[in-house]
Design a protein. Structure first.
Length: 509
């Protein structure tokens, strides 16, 4: 099937194959916005809470233990979170004091309420169940995310090596698109709390498929750009730009469905089907029109020999990478600054919530970031064409350093919106140019395994930012200092990046 469509961007003419490659970001970004970030985590949390809550008995000892944790503290109102319930509790406290009893003793209060006010006792038990189920549901969601990440850490370099050996990047990409789209749509059948294992399994499959498909998508950048650095920069940025628009549009469509349908759970499940259909439909251009460069592959090799050769090549790539000073410096810089970026993305919603932003406002900020990121991703491509990809990455690191400092002084809602805008200006640019800059190091015949190693690096990097923020915040009891501490990662990343050549040589394997 032929395609003759062409487009001129920044003085370069891009053909149908190259544009089809970039358009895949449009196809898969809906997964990030709807399933990874917004609708699915909320839906899973609700279903998991209902499952756990339905199995919690009336454990007086545990209710007493929970109540004792904050009974005499100043944040009891925050912990109870229900004005009517808090009023009833205060009324009972007054009655106990009038009777000569000590209401500051949580044990005595709870026993008094159980004996004299069964309705209030039931409400307190239900509040305890809400607390436990919410915490355990969140822990379960975190665990399944960790499982998916752990599998990808191991899988990415291996499947990359296999794809290079078999000249099978397109085949692997197509396979993971299908499994990702079908497992995403399959979440529609996660209809009730008792099916949480099905929901968790399908989510892990979809997350692994999404990340695996991206390994082969990224590796095909070298094929469609023919290894030309400027073309790689523009195409990579174009992909991120259209991805933000595609992800933003599907997110808006999903929320429209959720708002107009009275059954919110059903509407959420329909949005999962929309993600699968969107992903599959808009992946057709990359499946049909992008061609993979063929490597020398001996079709007489047995399965065992193919696996042996793949692991041998992977080991050879690791040794070659270890000998490349410039590549190692870039990877170290990348670990530092990209982890800072991902940590800010993860913490932004919680930070906004602490400032009093409601769910609608937070969703609005997420949507705004999507559409701000579109023109700025292209602007970074233009900047890279003028001053180089490395200097443009340093500019983005500078913006994120400012964001971490801005976060320290953040007090109001409008300041949060400014922070969200700043994130949108550089989020796509730093990711796109990191992808294309890494391509300058990558040997053409080993692209899938090297991008698999980059995926491994990104997953490994995701540990340290939240850990740093957690340690600083826990030690100082100051969340602002935790946010500010991320500037250290950006500054160290920038310092190391300065030691990397503007146009590095390819790794020799």
């Amino acid at each position: 099937m032929g395609c003759r469509f062409k487009m001129r961007i920044m003085g370069y003419v891009f053909d149908c194959e190259q544009l089809s490659w970039a358009f895949y970001d449009w196809a898969n970004s809906g997964y990030s916005t709807v399933i990874t970030t917004t609708v699915f985590p909320i839906y899973f949390q609700n279903q998991m809470e209902a499952f756990i809550k339905g199995r919690l008995g009336e454990d007086l000892g545990k209710v007493r233990e929970w109540l004792s944790q904050f009974w005499t503290s100043n944040n009891i109102a925050d912990k109870i979170g229900d004005e009517d319930l808090l009023k009833q509790i205060n009324d009972v406290k007054s009655s106990m004091s009038a009777s000569g009893l000590n209401p500051s003793d949580a044990d005595k209060f709870l026993q008094y309420v159980k004996d004299n006010n069964p309705n209030l006792y039931h409400s307190i038990v239900e509040k305890w169940k809400d607390h436990v189920s919410s915490a355990q549901a969140f822990a379960t969601l975190s665990l399944i995310n960790s499982i998916g990440t752990a599998i990808m850490v191991v899988l990415a370099p291996i499947i990359g090596a296999l794809a290079d050996t078999l000249s099978g990047k397109k085949k692997f990409l197509t396979f993971f698109i299908l499994t990702g789209a079908l497992s995403s749509a399959g979440l529609y059948f996660f209809t009730k709390p008792d099916l949480w294992v099905l929901g968790a399994t399908l989510y892990v499959i979809s997350a692994i498929s999404f990340a695996s498909a991206n390994v082969f998508y990224d590796s095909l950048l070298l094929d469609v750009s023919h290894g030309e650095p400027t073309v790689m920069d523009i195409l990579s940025s174009l992909g991120y730009a259209v991805g933000y628009i595609g992800g933003g549009i599907l997110l808006i469509l999903s929320f429209i469905v959720i708002m107009i349908m009275p059954d919110k759970a059903l509407a959420s499940r329909i949005s999962f089907v929309m993600v699968g259909a969107w992903w599959l439909l808009f992946s057709l251009p990359i499946i049909l029109f992008v061609k993979e460069r063929q490597t020398d592959y001996d079709h007489k090799l047995s399965v065992g020999e193919v696996i042996g050769k793949s692991f041998g090549d992977l080991w050879g790539s690791l040794k070659a990478l270890a000998k490349s000073r410039d590549a190692l410096l870039f990877i170290l810089a990348y670990i530092l600054y990209i982890d800072g970026v991902s940590t800010i993305i993860k913490l932004s919603a919680g930070y906004g919530k602490s400032l009093g932003l409601g769910t609608t406002a937070l969703i609005g900020a997420i949507v705004m970031v999507q559409f701000v990121a579109f023109p700025f991703a292209l602007l970074y491509a233009y900047m890279a064409d003028k001053i180089g990809a490395k200097k443009s990455i340093l500019v983005a690191i500078g913006v994120y350093t400012f964001i971490s400092v801005w976060g320290y002084f953040l007090d109001t809602v409008w300041e949060f919106w400014i922070m969200a805008f700043l994130v949108g200006t550089s989020q796509g640019g730093i990711q796109a140019l990191s992808r294309s800059f890494f391509g300058r190091f990558v040997p053409d015949e080993r692209s899938a395994q090297f991008y698999g190693l980059m995926s491994f690096t990104g997953k490994f990097a995701a540990i340290w930012g939240p850990l740093l923020v957690g340690i600083v915040t826990g030690t100082t009891n100051n969340q602002r200092l935790g946010i500010l501490s991320l500037s250290i990662m950006f500054l160290l990343g920038a310092a190391i990046m300065l030691m990397v050549p503007d146009e590095p040589e390819k790794i020799s394997v």
